[in-house]
Design a protein around this ligand. Sequence first.
Ligand SMILES: [Zn+2]
Ligand SMILES: [Zn+2]
Length: 223
Amino acid sequence: MAEVPGWARAVVEEACREAGAAEPRLAWRTRPGRPTSSGVTRREAGSVSISAGDDPGDQRLTLLHELAHWLAPVPSRGRRARHARARTSHHDAAFYAVAFPLYVRHGISPADALRGESARYPSALRHARALRVPGAEAAWRIHRAALRSRAASRGPLRVLVPEHRVRLVRDGRWTRCRTCGVRVVGPVLRRLRRRGGSHVLLTRELPRSVGATPYRSIGMESA
Ligand SMILES: [Zn+2]
Ligand SMILES: [Zn+2]
């Protein structure tokens, strides 16, 4: 474990003082040769751990991101709360309402905050736009246009197997829809077991450059 840099200690102190919150224990390790940093906040252990890459701006952004997790209100009841406690990372509107102002108060320009945050969490742009972070509107529009042009370049969807009632069958360790053969897992499987549902199997023609497999199948659930 490396020594915590003085600036990082000062950021933690000041951010927690501003918020009237207790300070987490800060653990710091260095990852030479990598530009980007990463971090983990464990509320229950009272700790923030940073693996610091070489880019000082990204170190600062990463530390402030973890401090936002430390300072953001935690949902206290229900499914979201269990999810949040289990994952400790929920990048939602409440999180970004703490995070973006924190970044700007601690020396990250709005442009750098948008760039750094959206590179890891594209949904950050939507929240930044709602919070009226300078530049977020334009960044969000560019992101949307990029998504649209990517979707357009993938070619149209075609129906491969028309809508049908899902009938679940076991296939070794998997469960599949007997009609279309699509593998069903996770929350979708639990929901289909409970309530049943319908399926459409769609396919998309991929551009030739993608390789030998000309089609990709997409199972689409409809309630
Ligand atoms: Zn996070
Ligand atoms: Zn099916």
